[in-house]
Each structure stands twice: as structure tokens, then as C-alpha cells.
Design a protein around this ligand. Structure first.
Ligand code: SF4
Length: 462
């Protein structure tokens, strides 16, 4: 594709168009934008995000702390032009991040320009921003920046989700996420940790680590190491959890598959000083090997009851949450009964259950043996009855104990809190209805448990 007309190229656009001069000490980025109008829009998006985060945009190489080259790779001539632009930016500035269409061929780029700082592919905005944060750390100024230090958050101030990767390498038949979001792309460990540190610095007390497959984190990066506070953690969930735990907030891990290396994580959960909560959210989805096989689930052959026993041997207080699908195509009464028996034995703390539904584009739609709606409803009710009995018994066993809890909300009637065993929105609550008036959201308190229901607890400050 053609190069944009010169006055559309942000690298040489007039400074006035880019919003004025950098203030002293303000991190500053330059941008060379090549290719078609779509690439130009990508460049504008990246620049908009950087401006909102407090970066200045430099109209020339000399004033920039680093330069992003947004490349085109459509034709051989465009590739050559992109490589030439990267070379020019390296010669003029020396600190170069490459993104855009040619970024889909990182080896080719690095062959020509081994000194570049990072390569990301087309439309990978988050990854480009991560690379910028690593190369030129942001330096927020609360008086002039558009965004708070935490970014715009949809969660209450005291907890925050922390996304460590995007996409998934699995192909579960009922799921279209890999088609929509692509294969696993993990963030650099130091980039995740920098974001986490900023969130904790801004008052976040609990970080909820999420992704499509948290235990696979870093596989795509071959678990490369990244410098962080004089240490060199791998982009691996064990190292990441270890480092996150040092930040002083509660760390809660979601969407962990029962791979063997999860056993390395559990000792962290058993150590109250590690910061990593004794909580594992493992989406088992079913227990019968044939059903799991038809679902094409990762770790379908794992001996899950043995894994759970091993985890509990290491960390007896481990809270296990999971989700399940009943009425999956081909699920027989015997398979469902295996699931119920498994549930009795696994004694999970928190359980969610869905009746199978077709999703447009999912491969499971074409499977034989779809289960009738009334059978799905019946199985769902029987499943929930079993799960509720387990939950009630587990909560009853906590009466009389003193537990740590985080305060989510305080109104005229009570403080609504969560124990370490409860994630926000999906798990239960602990209510304190006397002597709670001085509490505020984000406080972490010790509570004597007085009473238990099927899903919630009641108690008083210890
Ligand atoms: S359900 Fe399966 S395919 Fe979908 S995101 Fe999870 S692991 Fe990946």
C-alpha cells in the first residue's frame, strides 16, 4: 500500500497538531506511521491512548524517548519501505518499537534490525502500550493527566482485575473465544507487574488475575524472563504469582486448569505471608472423561480428584471454585451421575452451573444427541441441590472460627465483606451487622463467624 501523504504522517506532522510541547520530565514518544488508512487509524488510537496516559508526542526523532514505527507489510515494496523506516528510526533515535502488519513477521524484522526493543503485530494495541511502558515508563501528573493512575476502572476502587494474557490455544467445542480473540498472547511479566504495582499504589487492596487460561500464561513467550526489581521472573504463572504477592495486596487467581505445574502454585497459597490467596478457580466443566472428551477440554485426562487431594494436602484451607455445564450433547444419565458422585467427593467450596446452549459458530452445535430442555432443567436442579448441600456444610464448619475479610460496601444496616474464599460478584458474602460503623470499603479485618447460611456468613469484628 502507499505511504500516507507527508502531512498525515505523525512523525513529521506539525507539532501544533500533536497537542503542544512536552513539559519537563514528561515521557515522550515519536511515531512513524506507514501504510494504509487503517494503519493510520491504528496509529491515532495508539497516540490517543498514550496522550491520555500522560505521554507527550514528539514531532521529531530528537525529542522522543522512543519511537514507534507502525509498519505495512502488504507488498514487498511496502515491506522494504517499512524496514527502511525502522532503520532510519534506529539511526536517528536508537530506541524503536515496531508494530503493524509487518509485525506479524518478527523474525524477519529482527534479522534486519536486531536492536529493536519490541515487535507487536497488527491491531495489538495493548501489547504496543505494554512495550512503551517498558521502554519509557509513564510518569503520571495528577494535575494535568486525563486518566487516574489506575486508568478508568469499572470495579470499585479497592479491587481490580488484572489481565495477563489474551486469547487461547485450546479448542473446546462449545467455545468460540479462540475464533474471536485468537491464540494465546501473553503480556510481559514486568509489564503486568508494573500495572499491578500502580494499582496497589493507587489504593487497590485485591487483584483478581484473569485471562482465558491463566495456567498457560507465558507459553507463547517460552516463559522468557524479564527484569523486575533486581530479579528476573519468568513469564510463568508461578513466578508471576510470587512477584504479585510481594506487592502487599490480596492476589486471587482465576481460570486455572489442572495442569501438573499448578502443584507449584499451591505452596504459595498455603503461606499466609505470600499474599496469594488460598483460592483456586478451576473451570472443570464436567467430570466424566467421555463428556470432557466430547467437549475437547484441556487436561481432559487429568485425574482431577487426585489433583484436588494433592492440593489440599499442601493447603488444607484451599477454597476451590468451579463452573460446570450440564446437558452437554450426548450426556447420558450415567455420565451425569458420575458428575454428581464426583461433586460429592470433590467437596468444592463454590460452584456455578449452566445448562448447555448452542452458541453461533460453536462446533458442539453439530454434535449428535442434544439433550431435551426438560432433562437439562432436571439435571441442573439436581446438580444445584447437591452443590448447595456441600456449600452449606462447608460454611457451617466455619462457624466459631476467626477469618480475614475485605470490606466491599457499608450501608446503614451492615458491612458487606468477603472472606479469602470469596471472589467478588460470583461467590458469597460475609455480613457484619453490629459494630461496623467505622469500617470502609477496602478495609481488611478479622471477623469471628457466628452464623452460616447456604452461601453466606454472618459475624462480628474480632
Ligand atoms: S473454554 Fe476452552 S477454548 Fe474457550 S477460552 Fe476456555 S480453554 Fe479456551
Amino acid at each position: 500500500m502507499s505511504t500516507n501523504p507527508p502531512d498525515l504522517r505523525p512523525d513529521i506532522a506539525p507539532a501544533a497538531r500533536l497537542g503542544g510541547h512536552a513539559r519537563p520530565g514528561q515521557p515522550t514518544i515519536g511515531m512513524v506511521s506507514l501504510g494504509c488508512p487503517k494503519a493510520l487509524v491504528d496509529s491515532e488510537r495508539i497516540l490517543t491512548r498514550l496522550r491520555a496516559e500522560g505521554y507527550a508526542i514528539s514531532p521529531d526523532y530528537a525529542g522522543a524517548d522512543a519511537v514507534i514505527v507502525n509498519t505495512c507489510g502488504f507488498l514487498d515494496s511496502a515491506k522494504a519501505e517499512s524496514l527502511e523506516a525502522i532503520g532510519e528510526a534506529l539511526a536517528e533515535n536508537g530506541r524503536v518499537i515496531v508494530t503493524g502488519c509487518l509485525g506479524a513477521e518478527p523474525d524477519h524484522i529482527r534479522q534486519h534490525h536486531p536492536r529493536i526493543l519490541a515487535v507487536t503485530g497488527p491491531h495489538q494495541y495493548e501489547q504496543v502500550l505494554d512495550a512503551v511502558h517498558v521502554a519509557v515508563p509513564p510518569s503520571p501528573d495528577p494535575f494535568v493527566d486525563l486518566l487516574p493512575e489506575t486508568g478508568v476502572k469499572l470495579t470499585p476502587r479497592h479491587y481490580s482485575y488484572l489481565k495477563i494474557s489474551e486469547g487461547c490455544n485450546h479448542k473446546c467445542r462449545f467455545c468460540i473465544i479462540p475464533d474471536m480473540r485468537g491464540r494465546l498472547v501473553s503480556r510481559r511479566a514486568d509489564s503486568v507487574l508494573r500495572e499491578a504495582e500502580r494499582l496497589v499504589g493507587a489504593g487497590v487492596r485485591e487483584l483478581l488475575v484473569i485471562s482465558q487460561d491463566t495456567s498457560a500464561y507465558g507459553l507463547d513467550r517460552k516463559h522468557e524472563r524479564a527484569p523486575w526489581k533486581g530479579r528476573n521472573p519468568r513469564s510463568h504463572i508461578t513466578d508471576l504469582a510470587h512477584e504479585l504477592g510481594r506487592l502487599g495486596a490480596w492476589i486471587r487467581l482465576h481460570y486455572i486448569y489442572p495442569y501438573p505445574h499448578v502443584r507449584e502454585l499451591v505452596p504459595l497459597m498455603a503461606d499466609p505471608a505470600s499474599g496469594v490467596l488460598p483460592y483456586l478457580d478451576v473451570p472443570f466443566q464436567h467430570a466424566h472423561p467421555a463428556t470432557l472428551g466430547r467437549m475437547a477440554r484441556p487436561a481432559a485426562a487429568a485425574k482431577t480428584l487426585e489433583e484436588i487431594a494433592a492440593w489440599r494436602a499442601i493447603c488444607p484451607d484451599l477454597a476451590l471454585r468451579s463452573t460446570f455445564i450440564v446437558g452437554y450433547p450426548g450426556e447420558t444419565e450415567a455420565e451425569f451421575q458420575t458428575l454428581l458422585d464426583w461433586l460429592d467427593e470433590a467437596q468444592l467450596d463454590r460452584v456455578g452451573c449452566f445448562q448447555y446452549e448452542n452458541v453461533a459458530g460453536a462446533r458442539s452445535n453439530a454434535l449428535p444427541g442434544h439433550v431435551a430442555a426438560d432433562v437439562k432443567q432436571d439435571r441442573w436442579e439436581r446438580f444445584m441441590e447437591r452443590a448447595q448441600a456441600v456449600s452449606a456444610a462447608k460454611l457451617a464448619a466455619r462457624v466459631g472460627r476467626t477469618v480475614r475479610a475485605i470490606v466491599d460496601d457499608v450501608d446503614a444496616q451492615a458491612a458487606t465483606c468477603r472472606t479469602m474464599a470469596d471472589a467478588p460478584e460470583i461467590d458469597g458474602n460475609l455480613f457484619i451487622d453490629t459494630g461496623f460503623e467505622t469500617l470502609k470499603p477496602g478495609d481488611i479485618v478479622s471477623v469471628q463467624v457466628d452464623e452460616a447460611g447456604d452461601y453466606d456468613l454472618w459475624g462480628r469484628l474480632a
